[in-house]
Design a protein around this ligand. Structure first.
Ligand SMILES: O=c1ccn([C@@H]2O[C@H](COP(=O)(O)O)[C@@H](O)[C@H]2O)c(=O)[nH]1
Ligand SMILES: O=P(O)(O)OP(=O)(O)O
Ligand SMILES: [Mg+2]
Length: 209
């Protein structure tokens, strides 16, 4: 079974279409990123292991299910990944949140790290790395490597839009990572932007351009 999952849900496709539009302003953009993030979280958590737990309802004792293990962690790649955090937390309120700050050098397109703060028990958790855009794959690959160096073994990567180049890079560097992709686009342009894409996700989320 492939570990690359391209979303085919009509709600996700519809919302990504609105997100792409040049006339979609920051407020609506933020709402859409959050909504799509929530729908993708639902898909990305589909295979989490469950364990039995004995509970008591008002009527009877029974065996219910709960997520097994030390539960989850969420790691947005700053800034753009921040737009997906609240939605994930609404579905998984007990998740801990780490942050990895990376920006792309505009000339080399290589990621430059400027911040990192992770939960102390990060290595015991299933980690969901968030970034709306997977372009060259440099940022995602570096963030994932960073987590692996901290001992994390179960990593899932979620992005709203991906270029084939980025998917190939992450697949090659990290074949063990589950990738969840809202839409797979055509290519990168000469500046490393996804075509057709949506522009710079961080700028559109925070109104910085
Ligand atoms: O069309 C795009 C392409 C990239 N971004 C931002 O860059 C990084 C991902 O780029 P990589 O080349 O994959 O490292 C991502 O964090 C986005 O913030 C973008 O917004 N739009
Ligand atoms: O990857 P970048 O350089 O686009 O960073 P940001 O997410 O802060 O816009
Ligand atoms: Mg940006």
């Amino acid at each position: 079974m492939s570990n690359i999952h391209v979303m085919d849900h009509p709600l996700i496709q519809h919302k990504i279409g609105v997100l792409r539009k040049v006339e979609t302003g920051s407020k609506e953009f933020r709402e859409l990123v959050s909504e799509i993030g929530m729908l993708m979280c639902y898909e990305a958590t589909r295979n989490l292991p469950l364990e039995d737990v004995e509970i008591e309802t008002p009527v009877a004792k029974t065996t219910a299910k709960q997520i097994a293990g030390k539960t989850l962690g969420i790691v947005p790649i700053l800034r753009a990944g921040l737009g997906m955090v609240d939605a994930m937390l609404q579905l998984v309120p007990t998740a801990k949140v780490g942050h990895i700050g990376l920006y792309r050098d505009p000339d080399t397109l290589n990621p430059v790290e400027y911040y990192c703060k992770l939960p102390y028990d990060v290595s015991e958790r299933d980690i969901f790395v968030l970034d709306p855009m997977l372009a060259t794959g440099g940022s995602a690959s570096e963030a994932i490597q960073f987590l692996k160096d901290k001992g994390v073994t179960r990593i899932h990567f979620l992005c709203l839009i991906a270029a084939p180049e980025g998917v190939e890079r992450v697949r090659k560097d990290h074949p063990d990572v589950e990738m969840y992709i809202g839409a797979l686009d055509e290519k990168l342009n000469d500046h490393g932007y996804i075509v057709p894409g949506l522009g710079d996700a961080g700028d559109r989320l925070f109104g910085t351009k």
